[in-house]
Design a protein around this ligand. Structure first.
Ligand SMILES: O=C(CO)[C@@H](O)[C@H](O)COP(=O)(O)O
Ligand SMILES: [Co+2]
Length: 212
């Protein structure tokens, strides 16, 4: 299992130090939640702060867009060369165009679906992305209760095996040592965890407990 700590739960007063700490503690990716106050009822960070994160991160960035205007934000963040940019199925009319746009920057495109969005809506776009992110909370906030989406993970695994076997499955929201084994068994490749990791005094121990 790869682990992507979500910096949404970091102490923003010492953000650079927090990013270095999770990288040294064994993070595989640094998950950056970008919210615009329209697609979700919350706002987070923009290009100036994400650049400061990119400047100190020793691991690749995994940028999760929760915005209405995907094109605008992709153009803003592409110069920071993240490994992934993920966009929400629910926020976009032109999924294929957005995936191509991300790839044109030599960045891996990923698509995200909310807990109530069915896996069947991915049947065509799955061929064009390198990762699918399944939300296991409603997007907008850290620290929410995990929604059991195990059937969706299994359904997505079958779709990926049939249409794009190299595509990875990421799960985001409420991940902890309580559900990590079940997530692994269902076929997840990468977990995002915010409050679980940053709520521990020992980040390395928290990350290790998710690397199952
Ligand atoms: O995208 C989101 C929330 O919208 C996440 O990345 C959260 O930041 C995860 O936080 P926890 O649920 O692990 O506390
Ligand atoms: Co996220």
């Amino acid at each position: 299992m790869l682990v992507a700590p979500s910096i949404l739960s970091a102490d923003f007063g010492i953000l650079a130090k927090e990013v270095v700490s999770i990288c040294e503690a064994g993070a595989d990716l640094v998950h950056v939640d970008v919210m615009d106050g329209h697609f979700v009822p919350n706002m987070t960070i923009g290009p100036v702060v994400v650049k400061a994160v990119a400047d100190v991160a020793m691991k690749p960035l995994d940028i999760h867009l929760m915005v209405e205007d995907n094109t605008f934000f992709i153009d803003l963040f592409a110069p920071l060369k993240p490994k992934y940019i993920s966009f929400h199925y629910e926020s976009e009319k032109h999924h294929h165009r957005i995936a191509q746009k991300i790839r044109s920057y030599d960045i891996s495109p990923a698509i995200v679906i909310n807990p109530a969005t069915p896996v069947s809506c991915l049947s065509e776009i799955v061929k064009y992305v390198d990762m699918v992110l399944l939300m296991s909370v409603n997007p907008g906030f850290g620290g929410q209760k995990f929604i059991p989406i195990y059937d969706k993970i299994k359904e997505l695994k079958s779709l990926i095996e049939a249409k794009n076997p190299s595509c990875l499955i990421e799960v985001d929201g409420g991940v902890s040592d309580k559900n990590i084994h079940a997530l692994k068994a269902a076929g997840v490749d990468i977990v995002v965890a915010g409050s679980y990791i940053f709520g521990h005094r020992d980040y390395a121990a928290a990350i290790k407990s998710l690397k199952v």
